[in-house]
Design a binder for this molecule. Structure first.
Ligand code: ZN
Ligand code: CU
Length: 477
């Protein structure tokens, strides 16, 4: 069995608010006492002096459904110390959907050639046949279910269609999915009434599933959307996670005061959590509704005008002699970054008790939002070390044991004997995101070594080529 010893590191276990210098020994895929190693003298040894050893980070909000296959090194994530990603967010999953032209925002994951798994089991088999460097836990997207079962997405689903979606959902859960996400803000699900969502989320209960949501509104009606989300969780009696919580648009800045108050109230009586990414700009497909409230818009990809990738929409519109809306129309299909949040709201959400970190990175965008490569080091370097929003132990806890508990990832997110050796070794003095809005595909600084299931997947600033990643199922603890 492969053995590994990490000496002299400052160990942050992911759970307790303390740091201890000690040796971590790994045998096979798990952490064991040093005495139990068979060959401690010949085991691979890492000297972690002046470095922190922590559980690998869990990226709770990703769109990596296809990336795990198209780039199994998972470099954008593993270079940040991430060892597990939760896929299928915002109502969008790669499976189960086959032979259909994916409507926006499903096309964030690819085109009709990429949507080729008619069941979650087929998708899982494809991933496991050639596994990635890091782990994934799969969610089913409500919009994907709609696209797979409905001929017209601009109406509520009929009882028959809800039944058919429910069967697909049951099958996906049986294949190891952990839950269902919704993206009620987006066209494919915007016409789904709350009752449709409750009917589907209710089916998760029998599977011990979880529900995550890109809420119907994150702007003027964000408080109403929080209330809708709370109602869905309560009536379905299923744990809920509010994705990338924010208040978008100048007129709505400050509204997180009220939403967070409402969320902590609900937390007294039901399971409710949230995640956040550490930026004041959002990113998704290019949509007319978003144009007016954004202070600045950068085009991340355009199928029809790829020469405009990475440029400001205002500049493009100026060159073309048209308004922003006409220019956006001409760029379709396309994606964009929208500067539309306030730093105070962002910091308020980051400081909310047990707020988890999710990158929401869009790995197939040509000029992606820097959150794809920078999220975790930015929280640790900028918000924790430089601004002092929380202690390093607390920041690590939000990235490890909190998400492991919320998403039911047993023996992950913690350093203790018997736990799986998903680990990151980083330099707390230098860790920082390097990805910027101008140049976003840049690995962060300060990540020394990343270990997944006892195997080193990232070292010396590059992937090792090992692919020990697994599909993780949800275990309610
Ligand atoms: Zn979203
Ligand atoms: Cu998302």
């Amino acid at each position: 069995m492969d053995e590994l010893i990490i000496r002299n590191g400052s160990v942050i276990d992911g759970l307790t608010p303390a740091r201890t210098t000690r040796t971590i020994a790994v045998s096979g895929s798990r952490i064991h006492p040093l005495e139990q190693l068979d060959n401690p003298d010949t085991a691979d040894t890492i000297d972690a002096e002046h470095l922190v050893v922590a559980p690998g980070f869990i990226d709770v909000h990703t769109h990596d459904d296809r990336l795990v296959m198209s780039d199994p090194t998972m470099t954008p994530k593993v270079s940040q110390g991430v060892t597990t990603v939760i896929t299928g967010n915002c109502g969008v999953s790669l499976a189960p959907l086959c032979g259909v032209e994916p409507p926006p925002p499903l096309n964030l994951l690819g085109d009709s050639n990429d949507f080729r798994y008619s069941t979650m089991l087929e998708y899982r088999d494809a991933v496991e046949r050639f596994p990635p460097a890091i782990n994934l836990a799969m969610q089913v997207g409500h919009s994907t279910l709609r696209a797979a079962t409905m001929d017209d997405l601009e109406r509520p689903a009929t009882a028959d269609e809800i039944g058919r979606m429910g069967e697909l959902l049951d099958a996906a859960m049986a294949a190891g999915a952990i839950g269902m996400s919704t993206g009620l803000a987006y066209a494919p699900a915007a016409h789904a009434p709350t009752e449709e969502v409750i009917a589907l989320v209710s089916r998760l209960k029998a599977h011990n599933g979880i529900h995550t949501t890109h809420m119907r509104n994150e702007e003027g009606a964000v408080l109403e959307s929080v209330k809708e989300t709370i109602r869905i969780g309560k009536e379905a009696d299923v744990p809920v996670v509010i994705s990338h919580h924010k208040a978008g648009g100048k007129a709505n800045w400050g509204k997180t005061r009220e939403t967070l108050r409402r969320i902590s109230e609900a937390q007294q009586v039901q399971s409710l959590n949230l995640d956040v990414y550490p930026y004041i700009a959002s990113s998704t497909v290019l949509m007319a509704e978003y144009i007016e409230r954004a202070e600045r818009i950068i085009v991340t990809w355009s199928k029809s005008h790829p020469e405009m990738n990475g440029r400001d929409l205002a500049e493009i519109a100026g060159e073309w002699g048209m308004d922003l809306f006409a220019a956006a129309d001409k760029l379709q299909p396309a994606g964009a970054i929208y500067f539309q949040m306030h730093e105070d709201d962002l910091q308020r959400v980051l400081q909310f008790p047990d707020a988890m970190i999710g990158s929401d990175g869009l790995p197939h965008d040509e000029v992606p939002h820097p959150r794809l490569w920078g999220t975790f080091p930015r929280v640790l370097g900028h918000y924790c070390r430089d601004l002092g929003l929380f202690t390093l132990e607390e920041a690590v806890r939000r990235m490890t044991s909190v998400p492991a508990k919320v998403f039911g990832l047993r023996d992950r997110g913690i350093i203790r004997e018997g736990a799986i050796a998903d680990l990151v070794i980083f330099d707390p003095r230098t860790i920082i995101d390097s990805a910027t809005f101008e140049s976003s595909k840049v690995p962060a600084e300060g990540i020394h070594t990343v270990i997944v299931g006892g195997e080193i997947v990232w070292q010396n600033g590059k992937p090792t080529g090992r692919r020990p990643g697994q599909v993780l199922e949800r275990v309610v603890m």
